[in-house]
Design a protein around this ligand. Sequence first.
Ligand code: PEP
Ligand code: MG
Length: 874
Amino acid sequence: APAIVKPIYFFDEADGKNKMLLGGKGAGLAEMTRLGLPVPPGFIITTEICEKFYEAGRRLPDGLMDEVRRSISRLESLTGKKFGDPQNPLLVSVRSGAPVSMPGMMDTILNLGLNDETVEGLSRKSNDPRFAWDAYRRFIQMFGKIVLGVDDRKFDSILAGKDLSNPKVLKDIAMSFKSLCEGTGGKKFPADPYKQLELAIDAVFRSWTGKRAVEYRKQHNITPDMAGGTAVTIVTMVFGNMGSDSCTGVVFTRDPETGEKQLYGDYLINAQGEDVVSGRATPNHIDSLVSEMPDVYQQLLGVCEKLESHFKEPQDVEFTVEKGRLYILQTRAAKMNAVAAVKTSIDLYHEGLITKTAALERIDPEGLEQILYRRIDPHVKQKAIATGIGASPGAASGIAVFDVAQAEALGKKGEKVILVREDTKPDDVPAFFQSVGILTSRGGKTSHAAVVARGMGKPCVVGCSQIEIDAEGKSFSVGGKKVVVSEGQKITIDGSTGRVYVGEIPTVEPEISSEFKELLQWSSEMKGIKIRANADTVESAALARKYGAEGIGLCRTERMFNQHDRIMQFVSMIMAENEEERRRALAELEPLQKSDFKAILREMNGLPVTIRLLDPPLHEFLPKEEDLMQKIFELKSSSAKPSEIARIEKILHRVHELSEINPMLGHRGVRMGISFPEIYETQIRSICEAAAELAKEGVAVEPQIMVPQVGLVEELAAVRQIFESVKREVEHRHRIKLKIKFGSMIEVVRACLVADDIAHLVDFISFGTNDLTQATFSFSREDAEGKFLPFYLEKGIVSVNPFQSIDRKGVGRLMKMAVDMARKEKKDIEIGICGEHGGDPRSIEFCSTAGLDYVSASSHRIPIAILAAAQSAI
Ligand code: PEP
Ligand code: MG
């Protein structure tokens, strides 16, 4: 027999832990009801019914509406009101609620149960015709939009300029709204409350596969086993718009931006929920409630404390006060920015609410990137043109775009876009993903734009009322027409301070808080695998050390040659016609390199520093062929000296000589090091000399020399010979013993296959997973991400970008095999990874289990790597 499915649960009978069945909203209401908090009575249609709805081809299961009728009867007896009763009507809200929080993603209908008759009853009962008609016109608008698919803007244009304090006007509006709906749908607006309810339930289920919801799930990797459908929650209406002793608001139990333990949020007197969320009106700060409704404030404070200690997690709470009585309509884990997530983790631990492990686990390592965001350089003299409310931190520069579709299109093309709107709606979410920042002229910290941007970690400034947006004309102005910014012009926003600037403003590294330090400290203690940095400048090395890196895992030497003061010398080295000339050019480069290495080794103060010998093909350092041709053309037509023309022609000739059909599979890395051994010899000497000189100064140093692109042990043996002879020579000259490890990158497939032979010759190996991924898939890393990978991701051919997160099945298997072979050959061989994957939390987890000694991540991502490493050790 088929398992009996109970389709409906009342709040007081449901298991509030079962979010999978009840959805987050329903579960929260059930749990709060159990805690004895003031929740209006209501019931939940489970997510199982949503699945059945889709199984049946988008039809409500047979018998469901009978169950709903029975449940409404129970609500009637609980409230003493009657559904559809013209004297004392019961009104309900119909809300969606998925097992995973999807804020602003799904639709809610308020005041359901109103029609031309019940509205009169509500009017008499409340003794407030204005309130009753306002509730009715809101219902028609929401129902029209969500269920009947009427364009929201049509309602707005009917509303524009109307006196909403006059009940007669509101009645006219309600009637116009109804005609609008009937005109659009060609059907009578349903007056029967049960018909309304049936259509609303149907619409909530349908919204599960609406564009916004699907997009959100895709972006957040929410799979069907995490959330198979939405529940529908039906709650007795309570009204925040019943006069000056009523209000509605949203409160966070802790500040979601700073993590401070204080109530944070806004409310609006005499308003309904959507007024706050839509950002259409500017609400009051929750602190004013202390004086406006002192008793309610105290009660709310108590509720918040109870919720926190129960859920052991800061909460985001929706409340309504109806004629002085507080009701809680929703609670969910507060979405916080990374600063707040870190602070609350530390605080909740010290308050004894959670363990250290739980404190670490509740922080998303990727989210930390937000804290590590750059800030506007405080030395910048340029003045902001306007200041709004900083709603999601970080500074972002981009071109101003006023249209949602345009922002989406430009963003997808790779443009840095700042979306500028009066306010935003859930429909705008796809454009958020494609923007680097969001600026709105209206709304508060809990407006839609603010909440969504915070969730995504995108810089956001809201309520910037100084800017006047002309959406049609695609521009905004400040101070009359003093400053006008048109579409495509660069602006910078600072989501921490709320400031808005014209142009691209320089930024600086952020400060790190004591809580953040404590978090990194805990993580460092808990993690197994070591964390090193990919760094090739002193600044980057210093940053890595500040964040707690345990060494440098990859110092790419080519970047040192590409600097303006040495590129000329490097070019003459490439232009050399024979070994002797080449050696002369190299001799000039040697002291420059030595000083670079000394600076970095000194900064790292005894921590290992892995320096990689030159990798890219030489032609990369020469000008491009077409530029040279252009130059020659210009010189010839401007009667330049023949010697100058000859010089450029010679470079062009060399470019031709060096050109390759497939340079990335060509004359590079160790291959080049073998054809021009003097290049590697010079680099090795610079490293040995740097180490010797520092050692003599008493500075602790631990350089490691790493050879790129090795596929044959014979290649490695050749370089090893150079290494040993140079090292001996330097040791002899300085009368000192050098401790320098010699190692190989593993980034060629063949290197994985002969990892035992390689291990035999080296002290360490380090996986270059960028090239290894390229080689394993035969995907060009330069082109794949721009050309076909997006399609692969969209079609589900790959579930993650293998250049971002290690492909465990293929690349990962090669790595494991290489690790096993290498360790069998040499038990204590040091093994690391220095591809970009070293900073990716999922890859870090893989590397920990694969038995690597360290991961090396870019300096900026060190804290992310440290936390991810700790989480994979828990
Ligand atoms: C790699 O290939 O993973 C690597 C670290 O080297 P690069 O990115 O410089 O090729
Ligand atoms: Mg490489």
